[in-house]
Design a protein around this ligand. Structure first.
Ligand SMILES: *Cc1c(COP(=O)(O)O)cnc(C)c1O
Length: 377
């Protein structure tokens, strides 16, 4: 082939249509945009981990079955190790689910707005995405869900509890109703499960096709390490293991996940602090005129900016202008203002008390500025 007729290789159609994952990584003093823990892991944990690394045979592949980690984690969760799959972040568990049970001519049901990676990974694997909706308060309507299941016969149904980015906790009855109505795999993404008042992890048994995913990224302060897991019946775990690459979970990550469980009390204490701050920040936001606050069971709060900046020229302008104003004051939150269903919404991660104060002060200043502008206009 002559050089002039060469074409740049193109990925398959489904991949070409994708837009990738966009969350700006900007260097600012107060970073409240990606729901990480504001607290680094305990020093004693780091010391124990670094010590253990020194005696780890790095010339050998890691334990492929991640046995020690699953044993300890199972003890911590009250689940037998056969019901656990550990992976590089819970995103890898979601990917394994879609690789094994999704694919061409199969469907995954999601309820928008929700965590974008569910539909994104589905599309990567060639799985058709069926988009259900939510009520105005962002809860899932069970009858609507059952109707979609009957009409589309999905292979997988994704719930997210607490739901990212809206914060609401799904009642266990919704999960039970779905499991009763369909043979589809019901996935409950509990990336923020430890921060909520109820969880579905104890609904996992040996038979029903229920998968609950969790992560060390958020409450366990280990986002940099990439560790997550899924709890599911052993037959389902065996299917996921078929599509996971051998030796996928590095020895340092397996060690970190195991040793972190020795510090469960410290982690519980951090969760307690975040839950307290969530209540304080939510109350402060509720006291601001023109800001709607959605109830959250996670380490973030979704708000809608309902007034300010005169008449907006396009939907989402108010939210976006507020996001911009916060950024100019050194506070980065997540901008969903122009996302469908989330017009004028911003998602704010709960940080340290000091970071939260700086956010609240910045928001006051931004909104005061736009109100002054309204008076002049
Ligand atoms: C952050 C997040 C994840 C990603 O978790 P990793 O373990 O870091 O891959 C999964 N699901 C939801 C809903 C999240 O918000």
């Amino acid at each position: 082939m002559s050089a002039t007729s060469r074409q740049t290789p193109r990925p398959r159609d489904g991949v070409r249509a994708l837009t990738g994952y966009h969350s700006p990584q900007v260097d600012v003093p107060v970073r409240l945009n990606t729901n990480e823990s504001p607290y680094p892991p305990p020093d004693d944990f780091l010391a124990a981990w670094l010590g253990a690394l020194r005696t780890t045979p790095m010339h050998r592949y890691p334990d492929r079955a991640t046995s020690a980690l699953r044993e300890r984690l199972g003890g911590h969760l009250g689940q037998p190790p056969e019901r656990l799959l550990c992976a590089n972040g819970s995103n890898e568990v979601l990917q394994a689910l879609l690789l094994a049970y999704g694919g061409a001519s199969r469907r995954a049901l999601v309820f928008e707005p929700t965590y974008a990676l569910h539909s994104h990974i589905a599309r990567i694997t060639g799985t058709e995405v069926v988009e259900g909706g939510r009520r105005a308060d962002f809860t899932v309507d069970v009858d609507h869900a059952l109707g979609l299941v009957a009409a589309h016969e999905p292979s997988l149904v994704f719930l997210c509890s607490p739901n990212n980015p809206t914060g609401g906790v799904e009642p266990r009855a919704t999960v039970d109703a779905l499991l009763d109505a369909t043979d589809a795999i019901v996935v409950v993404d509990e990336a923020y499960g430890e921060l909520a008042e109820s969880s579905c992890i104890d609904l996992v048994d040996d038979e029903r096709p229920l998968v609950v995913t969790r992560t060390y990224s958020k409450v366990w302060s280990m986002a940099a390490l990439r560790l997550g897991f899924g709890a599911a019946p052993p037959w389902l775990i065996a299917d996921l293991e078929k599509v996971i690459l051998p030796y996928h979970l590095s020895a340092p990550v397996q060690l970190a996940g195991t040793l972190a469980l020795d510090f469960a009390a410290e982690m519980k204490d951090r969760v307690g602090r975040l839950v307290e701050e969530r209540a304080r920040v939510s109350a402060a936001l509720r006291a601001i005129d023109g800001v709607r606050v959605f109830p959250s069971g996670a380490n973030f709060v979704l708000v809608r900016i309902e007034t300010g900046a005169g008449e907006p020229t396009a939907p989402g302008d108010r939210g976006h202008a507020t996001w911009q104003g916060l950024l100019e004051r050194g506070v980065l939150v997540r901008d969903f203002s122009r996302r469908e269903h989330l017009t004028d919404c911003l998602r704010v991660t709960i940080g340290t008390p000091d970071e939260n104060d700086r956010f609240l002060d910045a928001l006051d200043a931004v909104l005061a500025g736009t109100r002054a502008h309204e008076v002049i206009a």
